[in-house]
Each structure stands twice: as structure tokens, then as C-alpha cells.
Design a protein around this ligand. Structure first.
Ligand code: SF4
Ligand code: SF4
Length: 461
């Protein structure tokens, strides 16, 4: 029995609390973006084609009879055109990450979400997947009608065709991605001779699945809920940042109309409230409500609205990029840091010595006296030839009277290879017991200016 039913007097007047259940996450409304053309759509497609040409094409390029760009994790060497990077070159990776971060800060401060709208892989693949969708199922209205229909043979055929093309493109993308880490021509042969390794197979499927899921299904949800950049970019905005805005003063009050009516006399603004700007938006927002977190800055609404303005005989630009000062302190600071790191990394790369040497003392062999009363120490020199030509190196030492490399002072190292070379060093007797600093010099034979000096200690007992 409900206890409240027995209450009398003032307690009977107390209403039971009404519990309203709220969901933590907004239920997704499916978005059917309408196709749009215009100068910004052309710019976006140019970026799509350019980035994909680079992404899909680069692993197939050859340099010095090997893959031009290959991140060979197994042998811990990165090949980028004529350069070979070793784990010791981590400083360049650090510089690259700093450059990428500051480029993003700089472009965001100047041009808002330029990266999101034109070059981010999520935008690029969503654009490609939406294009396939339009070719198979038709534009916005046709897709909305199709989704509302019960399942028929035609609907099943269209959906199956779309997903088959999406999956093929996603798998090709996964294959290309793995082709940056495993020589792509070998990968191709392995894939079609059922000889694919488990890791390669896993990463092709994983990356393919991520592409299919993110560009085919998740789309704007990735930008709205998953992308960290979308979350923190707000702090990089200032009043001068380029953003896409609706000219409220010019557009409002909005309202539909026909040409015969003098809409100014009716007090209406230029917005005909056609909704095209909302229909073309890939994130489904209405830019007329002001700048929103969901806006990826793709400018599709500008193209859409410009076409409407052309039709109603009004000037373009009711929705447009805002104008702001480009040269301002924050931008100048970002640009200066970016330029300093880029120039520093470039100069360092230009002057990079294509030879690295590490001296390792052979701990098993202690200093000993040999024939003629000389003192001998044994070392191992790790000589890394970072060029793509086999080279011979001369090993010298100085720092003590009569010190010299004994029993052969040259070593050959194949191209892009590291070799451990045992080296015996002898010095005149007569030193007091102790450790003495000495210097190894490794010099490439027949090549001007390729020489590295490394410190070591010579032990006398
Ligand atoms: S496209 Fe332009 S005219 Fe049409 S509703 Fe949007 S702002 Fe108004
Ligand atoms: S509001 Fe305009 S710029 Fe922003 S995401 Fe939508 S269409 Fe793109």
C-alpha cells in the first residue's frame, strides 16, 4: 500500500516529487548533408585530392632502389627520400612534433579551424565517403526517402553497394597505411599470396575498420565528442581569429518571400530562411545561431548561402569569413617560434654528419701489459654509416705518448648499417696507474669532411 494515501492534514498537500529522467548523451539525429558547389567546396576538394594523392602515392615511390618513404620499425631505421634516420636522431622527431604543434597553433590563431575544415583526415575521408554515398543513393532528399522506406530488394542493393565500396576504400586505406611500415610491394605480394604476417593483417584490418567506422558511420560525432583538438582550440581563438559568421544585421529579421513583394518595406532582412545553410552543414548546425563548438569551419554554408543570394539577386557574403587583424602579438610569437625551430632543424639536418660512433669499453678485457712492455686496452667501436653507400673508415687515437691503434686501423661498414668493431689500443709504458682521457677519431676514407671524434678513457694498472 502507498504510505502517502494515509496522510492527513498539511502532509496530504505535499505533492510527490516528479522524477524527470535525463540522458547524459544527446541522442544522435542522422544528418543528411546536401551536396554543395562553390569556391570553398572546390578548395576543399582540391585538398582532398592533394592529400590523398600524397597519402596513397608516396609508398609506391622508389629512391636508391628502395622505398622512398619507409618507417622500418623492425630494423629501427626511417627512410625519407635521401635521408636515413636512426634512433639517435630522435631530436629531429621532436623538432617535427614541435613544428606540427606550433603550425596548428599558428593556423588556428590566424584562420580558426582551417585544418578541421580542409585537411583533417576525418574531414577528408568523410567527404570521400559522402561522395560515394551520393553517387549510390542520391542527394539529401533521395537518401532521406530511401532510409524512410521499408527494406526492399532495391534498397538492400543500394545499401550493399555503398558499404561494399566503403569497405574496399577503407581496406585500401589500411593497406596503404601499413605500406609506410612494411615495404609496400612486398606487402602487396604477401596479401595476394596469402602470406600476410599476423601484425600486418591486424593493422590493415584495424586501420581499415577505423576508417570505415569514422568516415562512414561516426562522421560529425568524431568532431563533436572524440577529437581533443576540437575541445581545446577555443582557447586559441581571439576576436581577430578568422571564423565563419552569419551577418545578423543584414539577415534579420529573416523570412520567406517572393520577388513581387518589397521585403524591405515589410521590414525583412536578406535571409530568406530557406535553410540551405543548415542542409549543407556536415555537422547539422545552424550557423545563424552564432559560432558553435560543432562548427568545423568547412565553409559549406558560405557556398550554399552565396548560391541563394545569387538566385534572389542579393550580394554574396550573408554568411562569410570574419575579417580580423592577421599580424598581432600572439600570431607573431607563434610564427617566430615556428620559424626558429624549423630553421634550426633544417640547418642541423643540412650539417648532419652521416657517421655516428659510440665507444664501448670491453669490460671483460682489463688493461694488460703486452710485448715490449706496452700497455693494451680493448674497446668496441659502434660505427654507424648512415649513408646509403658502403664506406671504409680509418680509426685513430690520441691523448697519451705513443698511443696507437694496434692490429689494423680500418673498418668497412655497409650502407645504412651499424657495425661493432673490436679495437686494440696500445700506449708506451711509464704512466702512473690510473685512467687517462683519450680521443678516438673515425674518418671516412676518400670522402671529404666525414669524421667523428669520441672521448674514452685508457686504463693503466
Ligand atoms: S542559406 Fe542564407 S538565406 Fe538561406 S537560410 Fe541560410 S542564411 Fe538564410
Ligand atoms: S556551420 Fe558552416 S562552416 Fe560550420 S560546419 Fe556547418 S557548414 Fe561548415
Amino acid at each position: 500500500m502507498n504510505e502517502n494515501t494515509n496522510l492527513e492534514g498539511p502532509a496530504a498537500a505535499v505533492k510527490p516529487i516528479e522524477v524527470v529522467e535525463q540522458t547524459l548523451y544527446e541522442i544522435r539525429k542522422k544528418i543528411y548533408p546536401r551536396a554543395v558547389t562553390g569556391k570553398f567546396a572546390t578548395a576543399r576538394w582540391s585538398f582532398v585530392l592533394l592529400t590523398q594523392l600524397v597519402f596513397y602515392g608516396t609508398p609506391w615511390l622508389t629512391w636508391n632502389e628502395r622505398q622512398a618513404v619507409l618507417f622500418d620499425l623492425a630494423s629501427r631505421k626511417f627512410y625519407i627520400l635521401g635521408l636515413v634516420f636512426w634512433p639517435q636522431d630522435i631530436v629531429y622527431l621532436t623538432a617535427l612534433l614541435i613544428i606540427a604543434a606550433y603550425s596548428l597553433f599558428l593556423f588556428t590563431a590566424v584562420a580558426g579551424r582551417l585544418w578541421c575544415g580542409y585537411a583533417c583526415p576525418q574531414t577528408v575521408y568523410t567527404e570521400l565517403f559522402m561522395w560515394i554515398e551520393r553517387q549510390v543513393e542520391g542527394d539529401r532528399m533521395a537518401r532521406m526517402k530511401l532510409d524512410a522506406q521499408p527494406l526492399t530488394a532495391r534498397k538492400f542493393g543500394l545499401k550493399a553497394t555503398k558499404h561494399a565500396i566503403w569497405i574496399a576504400l577503407a581496406l585500401w586505406t589500411g593497406f596503404t597505411f601499413v605500406g609506410y611500415f612494411t615495404p609496400i610491394k612486398t606487402l602487396w605480394r604477401e596479401t595476394f599470396s596469402a602470406g600476410l604476417g599476423p601484425w600486418e593483417g591486424f593493422w590493415i584490418l584495424f586501420y581499415g575498420f577505423a576508417t570505415y567506422g569514422n568516415a562512414g558511420w561516426m562522421r560529425e560525432q568524431v568532431c563533436k565528442y572524440m577529437c581533443p583538438y576540437a575541445r581545446f582550440q577555443g582557447v586559441m581563438f581571439d576576436p581577430d581569429t578568422l571564423v565563419i559568421t552569419y551577418d545578423r544585421e543584414r539577415g534579420e529579421p529573416r523570412g520567406s518571400r517572393n520577388r513581387a513583394v518589397d521585403y524591405k518595406a515589410k521590414g525583412l532582412g536578406d535571409c530568406v530562411d530557406c535553410g540551405i545553410c543548415v542542409q549543407v552543414c556536415p555537422t547539422g548546425i545552424d550557423i545563424r545561431n552564432g559560432l558553435q563548438n560543432e562548427c568545423i569551419g568547412c565553409a559549406a554554408c558560405i557556398d550554399g548561402c552565396d548560391q541563394v543570394m545569387d538566385k534572389v539577386g542579393k550580394p554574396r557574403g550573408l554568411i562569410r569569413y570574419s575579417k580580423g587583424r592577421v599580424l598581432r602579438p600572439r600570431v607573431l610569437v607563434y610564427a617566430a617560434i615556428l620559424a626558429a625551430v624549423a630553421i634550426g632543424a633544417g640547418v642541423s639536418l643540412w650539417l648532419r654528419m652521416p657517421l655516428k660512433v659510440d665507444v664501448i669499453r670491453d669490460r671483460a678485457a682489463i688493461a694488460r701489459e703486452v710485448e715490449g712492455g706496452l700497455i693494451e686496452n680493448v674497446y668496441r667501436l659502434q660505427i654507424m654509416n648512415t649513408t646509403e653507400q658502403a664506406r671504409a673508415f680509418e680509426i685513430g687515437i690520441k691523448g697519451l705518448p705513443g698511443i696507437q691503434v694496434w692490429g689494423g686501423n680500418t673498418a668497412g661498414v655497409p650502407a645504412a648499417t651499424s657495425r661493432l668493431v673490436p679495437v686494440r689500443v696500445r700506449a708506451d709504458p711509464g704512466q702512473a696507474p690510473g685512467s687517462y682521457p683519450v680521443e678516438f677519431t673515425v674518418t671516412a676514407l676518400g670522402v671529404e669532411g666525414v669524421s667523428v671524434t669520441e672521448r674514452a678513457t685508457f686504463v693503466v694498472r
